[in-house]
Each structure stands twice: as structure tokens, then as C-alpha cells.
Write a protein that binds this ligand. Structure first.
Ligand code: GLN
Length: 275
């Protein structure tokens, strides 16, 4: 069977299974099996699939049809143009979080400074920021040892030398260190949210997704403890659910932050709040 026919058949199967992007999913999985990029696939689609490639691809398509996230099947996800390794121990980086990176870059016009990324996971925020601000030092912390190891290996493979990673449950291991910018994409989904029963989140660690107190518990903790770790004139910037912006603005104002405002993501939802 030709590669393009194999692809068309897989896309149909994934569409029936309910994937929101069946053609793209199929292309990404086939590229992964063949070790090629999508341009190659468009050029050489008339080539026959080898027995190995077909078997391997069909196994991945079956797993995708059962709901497994593409980023876990390939072990990779692109974020801010960086190819990040992903694993089941971390949240899969999402385009929404690029809104937070854009904001951080705007808040960091200076040639040097220190950024802290709390609950760094794959290292996405710290690495994207560090890749754009070579004069800054970015530190990513996570309480999950596998996440710290993954983020370190991402930094190493991408050659981003001004990002480092260490183990810390939020601020616990940071003693009295202070930063110019503090950022986080913490868990913020309520345990009862029906969204948790659909799509990729079913396979992601709930410790990266679910927070107590209608999803606000970790956001509140970061706001309350963050101030003591900010340098004068520094900023705290937090990603949150699109219905939590007003609550997070209130938390920040109640804790004495000023110039509090929110930012919308690509979907037009208030997704990031800072002060
Ligand atoms: N934005 C993600 C989702 O709704 C959740 C990310 C998070 O909880 N930090 O799928």
C-alpha cells in the first residue's frame, strides 16, 4: 500500500474515533514512524509502505483511536518552535501557554534578569523564555523528579544553556531566593469539571491539572507566597482557566500586587493574569 493511501485510511479511522484533528494526527504519527517531516510525506506519498512501517503506524493509530495523546505516542511536542520531549509524568505543552511566554517577554525588556517557572513539567515556559532572552537566567522547578530530569534533557538537547532545573514543591526548596519574573501554569481545573473526561487530559497526570477549591488552591498559594520571592519591580504571571481571571485578579490585589491585568489566549479567553 502507498503511504498516501495508508494515511488517508488512518485519517478516516481517527475521524470516526472522534479526534478533532484526524489528518494532522495521522501525518504526525506516520512522520514519527518514518523519521521524516511532513514536507517529505507530501513529496513522497506515492512510495510503498514497508511492512514494518505499516505495522508500527497501525499500532500507533489504534492507540490514538483509543484516545492516547499524540504527544505521548511520539514522545514529542512542539512549543514556541522548540521540539520538546514529553512524558506521562508531565502535562503536554499547549499553544495557550504561549500567551504566557509572550507576556513574560514583554515584561522583560532588560538585557538580564532571573525568571522562575514553577511546576515546569517539560520545561516549556522556562526554555521558551530562555531561548529568547540569552542574557537572562531561567530556573524551572517541579516537585516530580521525572519532570526535572525531562526538562534538563530538553535543555541539553536544544542547547539552551541559560535554563536550569531543580526539584522543589512550589517555593519550598528556594529558601529566600528572589526573581525578576515568576511564572507558572499550575493545576487549575476543578475535580468535578466534565472537561477532565474528554480528550488528552484523561491521560495526563491529574497532579498537573486538578486543584482544590474550584481549581483555585494552587493559584492562591502561588499568589500568597510569590511576593516574598520577587525582586522590587518584578512581576508574577499565572496561567489559569478562562473563567478564573476575575478571581485571580482579586487574589493578586488582596495580596498587595499592583498593575494587575489579564491577557487573552488565541481563543480569545482571559488565560493569564499578572501583577
Ligand atoms: N489548559 C489545560 C486544559 O484545560 C489545563 C492546564 C492546567 O491545568 N494547568 O486542558
Amino acid at each position: 500500500m502507498r503511504l498516501d493511501a495508508l494515511l488517508a485510511r488512518a485519517a478516516e479511522r481517527l475521524a470516526r474515533s472522534g479526534s478533532a484533528s484526524p489528518r494532522l494526527d495521522a501525518e504526525v504519527l506516520l512522520c514519527h514512524v518514518l523519521g521524516v517531516d511532513r514536507t517529505w510525506l507530501y513529496t513522497w506519498g506515492d512510495r510503498p509502505a514497508t511492512t514494518y512501517a505499516r505495522a508500527r503506524f497501525e499500532a500507533l493509530v489504534a492507540a490514538r483511536a483509543a484516545g492516547h495523546p499524540v504527544a505521548y505516542l511520539t514522545g514529542m511536542r512542539e512549543f514556541w518552535g522548540l521540539a520538546l520531549a514529553t512524558s506521562r509524568h508531565t502535562l503536554i505543552p499547549r499553544p495557550d501557554t504561549e500567551t504566557l511566554v509572550e507576556l513574560l517577554l514583554e515584561l522583560a525588556p532588560e538585557p538580564s534578569g532571573r525568571l522562575l517557572d514553577l511546576g515546569t513539567g517539560t520545561g516549556a515556559i522556562a526554555l521558551a523564555f530562555a531561548s529568547e532572552r540569552p542574557g537572562w537566567e531561567a530556573l524551572g522547578v517541579d516537585r516530580v523528579p521525572e519532570a526535572v530530569a525531562l526538562a534538563e534533557s530538553n535543555a541539553h538537547r536544544l542547547g539552551i544553556a541559560n535554563a536550569s532545573f531543580s526539584l522543589s514543591d512550589w517555593f519550598v526548596a528556594l529558601a529566600d531566593e528572589r526573581f525578576t519574573l515568576i511564572a507558572a501554569n499550575p493545576p487549575y481545573i476543578d475535580a468535578q469539571d466534565p472537561h477532565l473526561a474528554q480528550g488528552d487530559v484523561r491521560f495526563e497526570p491529574s497532579s498537573a491539572l486538578v486543584a482544590a477549591d474550584a481549581g483555585l488552591a494552587d493559584l492562591r498559594h502561588l499568589v500568597e507566597r510569590g511576593m516574598a520571592h520577587l525582586l522590587p519591580g518584578g512581576w508574577l504571571a499565572l496561567e489559569h482557566g478562562h473563567e478564573q481571571a476575575a478571581a485571580v485578579r482579586n487574589l493578586l490585589e488582596d495580596s498587595g500586587y499592583t498593575a494587575v491585568a489579564s491577557r487573552r489566549d488565541l481563543g480569545g479567553h482571559e488565560r493569564v493574569t499578572y501583577g
